[in-house]
Design a protein around this ligand. Structure first.
Ligand code: ADP
Length: 731
């Protein structure tokens, strides 16, 4: 590979790493084309193709649009043979890894599986740390995707030990990726002690390496960890950073994740309005890019807020959707969570029967899962239902269990509610002593809780004040992206329309020139035979018939002229004549020379002087002015010699040239149509012509970036005006 190529591919890589995808993509497309046309060595071609496929793939993931993934697959296909014959194992592995992910995204599982097997085989053979860890990362991501967190955990551990036993400096990217994956898995397993530490390492490595994607994931993981520990300000800071970056690089999935997390922080801060705004925006605009589990969590969160603000019907609607999705995908925990929330919704609506059914469904799953978040709420609900069914023994049991679970899960609010419910249950059983004890606990906690609530509301204000600046920056980026997308769509539309027009134009030109060309031959035949018959000495034809054949001859001659004119019209400006500086005096001089016979016959004079110079196309100008001058001679008054003057007016960027005659003039009502093809105002035997001349003038004037019009009055002569740019800019 030459230095040039190395440089090129490295600069694409740099842009890709910073996720300037549009830049990277356009460079990479050009580069791949270049190595193909220059027929570079196989390994260069393969690497350029793989790089391009990788960028397409990422663009597809970020935007959520499958056509990019399709392009990734097409690009891979185009260099498949080359790759298979390469000796370089690393190149092959990169190919397989992108292929696996692309096919998996397109639900072409068989193809994905085939490449997965190849990759596994290859890694076994090569056994280098780098290849091994790349495969482990991919498999780990797949395990997470399939919700198999034990498997994912196992793989990530293996990966980390591979990286740590190898020389670390070369596998920094893999290290950051693995730490991020581990963070994610531990968050899912609700085991966050280590997550903070490793996420900080991942953040540091990726920031140093300008590895944007890992930076984002690290920020997100850090935000979640802080959020779980009720450190909302820190969490929000990380989320804002993440949101800004993901908006800048148009990573829609990540934008959605950040906003979901921001929504839940706002919910914890009792700012339900802001929370709902984030959640609903994501549900409406990013539904296509978020994973199923995130969709369910989102619906659950929206439902929960509605429940908190006593909009029970809406709440139930969201929980039902979420429950359905969770059941379809067999996400046990999410299923339990939503069943439990459904139970609460129905309880608040006073429908104890359905409340109980759902609470039992939830309880059954929670029993299998152990003490996971959500169980405390279900216990509280079971207690409340039992109480309203006057089953106080069960109510006591559930509520006490709820207190224990809430303590473990650090859910203060539920714990407080349980105390109040316990107090009410004891009161209902006339155990005033116990009722009072719980009431006291409740009130003391409650006042503490109110304090907490107030301080969180304060924190909410503080956070919103602190992020105002970032918020504006993000909004600016967002509008910029939307504008860009709009422009791009418009550009595409215009390009498509232009293409269409160009095709229609070409088609028309071809049609006109073929028709006129092909018709000439049979016409010539008719003409010659008419002549032969009409002039046959031995003819038995009557004099009248011979006369008719003269008409046929005339007609044929005229049609020949029309066809030539048509062909000429169709092919104007086809040659692509160069633009140069032209003296308009010379143009008129040449035209006059061409028209010398007609001028002499009619005693015409053509006056011109001091015409300007312009940048334009020579032969088109000659055609244009020759037509105007010849018309000025032709449409003369029968008793007056044509006196023609050509003069010009200069303006800032254009010149206006007039061809003025003293001929028959044109009536106002005809002025518009004379520039149309085949439009003439006179019988052919009065003024000879085909009606193409002015149509040609109009076409040329337009082609030269100008326009043409006429000023005239019947009997008083005409002035044809041509306006042309001083410098023709070719499009
Ligand atoms: P043709 O000259 O072959 O008839 P053109 O397209 O050149 O066709 O002109 C169209 C019509 O415009 C003419 O038939 C004529 O009626 C009118 N015309 C053009 N130039 C002049 C002129 N200088 N004075 C009067 N009428 C004109």
């Amino acid at each position: 590979m030459s230095v040039d190529y190395l440089k090129h591919s490295a600069s694409i890589k740099g842009r890709y790493q910073e996720r300037k995808l549009d830049d990277a993509l356009s460079l990479s497309v050009d580069y791949f084309e270049q190595v193909l046309t220059e027929n570079k060595d196989k390994s260069t071609i393969a690497q350029a193709g793989i790089q391009l496929a990788q960028i397409y793939y990422t663009k597809g993931v970020y935007s959520g649009e499958n056509i990019w993934i399709q392009k990734a697959i097409e690009t891979l296909d185009s260099c498949q043979l080359i790759v298979e014959n390469l000796a370089n194992q690393q190149v092959k592995l990169s190919y397989y890894l992108i292929a696996i992910q692309s096919y998996a995204l397109m639900d072409q599982d068989q193809n994905a599986q085939a490449y997965r097997e190849k990759a596994i085989e290859l890694v076994k053979d090569t056994n280098t740390p780098s290849a091994t860890v790349q495969l482990q990362i991919l498999l780990c991501k797949e395990a997470i995707e399939a919700n198999d967190f034990d498997m994912a955990f196992d793989l990530v551990q293996k990966g980390i030990s591979t990286v740590e036993s190898a020389s670390v400096s070369t596998l920094e990217y893999e290290k950051a990726t693995l730490y991020n994956l581990l963070g994610r898995i531990q968050i899912m397993r609700q085991d966050i002690v280590e997550t903070l530490k490793i996420s900080q390492v991942a953040l540091k490595i990726s920031q140093e390496r300008k590895d944007i994607e890992n930076e984002l994931i690290a920020l997100n993981n850090l935000a979640i960890v802080h959020g779980i520990q009720s450190e909302y300000k820190e969490a929000m800071t990380y989320l804002m950073q993440g949101l800004e970056i993901s908006t800048a690089i148009k990573y829609r999935q990540q934008i959605a994740r950040c906003r979901i997390n921001m929504g839940s922080i706002y919910a914890h801060l009792f700012n339900y309005k802001a929370a709902l705004e984030h959640y609903k925006d994501v549900a409406n605009e990013y539904d296509d890019v978020i994973e199923r589990s995130a969709q369910i969590v989102l619906l659950n969160n929206i439902g929960t807020i509605h429940l908190d603000i006593h909009q029970n019907e809406e709440a139930i609607e969201y929980f039902e959707k979420a429950f359905q999705l969770a059941s379809d995908s067999n996400y046990k925990e999410l299923k339990a969570l939503n069943a439990s929330q459904l139970g609460r919704g129905f309880y608040h609506l006073g429908d104890n029967k359905r409340a109980l059914t759902n609470a039992h469904i939830a309880a059954e799953i929670f029993d299998q899962l152990g003490k996971v978040n959500g169980i405390q709420l279900n216990l509280l609900n079971l207690g409340l239902i039992a109480h309203s069914e006057k089953d106080y023994a069960s109510a006591n049991k559930y509520l006490s269990q709820c207190v224990v679970a809430s303590k473990t899960l650090k859910d203060d609010l539920t714990e407080i509610r349980a105390y109040r419910a316990l107090s009410e249950t004891y009161e209902a059983q006339d155990n005033i002593q116990q009722a009072l004890t719980y009431l006291q606990i409740y009130t003391s906690y409650k006042s503490e809780y109110s304090k907490l609530q107030r301080s969180r509301q304060l924190l909410d204000l503080e956070i919103r004040y602190g992020i105002q600046h970032k918020q504006r920056e993000i909004e600016r980026l967002q509008t910029e992206n939307e504008l860009q997308a709009l422009l791009l769509a418009q550009k595409d539309q215009i390009e498509a329309k232009n293409q269409e027009l160009e095709e229609v134009n070409q088609e028309l030109k071809r049609f006109a020139s073929i028709v006129s060309h092909d018709l000439k031959e049979p016409l010539r035949m008719i003409g010659s035979f008419a002549k032969l018959i009409g002039r046959d000495k031995n003819t038995t034809l009557s004099t009248a018939s011979i006369e008719y054949f003269k008409y046929v001859e005339d007609g044929v001659e005229r049609m020949g002229k029309i066809l030539s004119a048509l062909m000429y019209y169709a092919t104007i400006g086809k040659e692509g004549e160069p633009t140069k500086e032209i003296d308009l005096n010379t143009i008129v001089e040449i035209c006059a020379l061409h028209l010398r016979v007609a001028t002499a016959e009619s005693n015409a004079t053509i006056k011109y002087e001091n015409l300007p110079k312009i940048h334009s196309k020579n032969s088109l100008l000659v055609q244009l002015f020759q037509n105007l001058l010849s018309n000025a001679i032709k449409f003369r008054k029968p008793d007056q010699a044509p006196a023609i003057t050509v003069f010009a007016k200069e303006q800032k960027d254009v010149v206006q040239i007039a061809v003025q005659d003293n001929g028959i003039g044109i009536e106002a009502q005809h002025m518009a149509k004379i520039f149309d093809i085949f439009q003439r105002l006179h019988a052919k035997d009065v003024y000879e012509g085909t009606g193409v001349g002015l149509a040609v003038c109009l076409k040329i004037a337009k082609r030269l970036g100008g326009r043409i019009w006429v000023e005239s009055e019947a009997e008083k002569g005409s002035t044809f005006w041509v306006e042309l740019p001083k410098t023709l800019v070719e499009i």
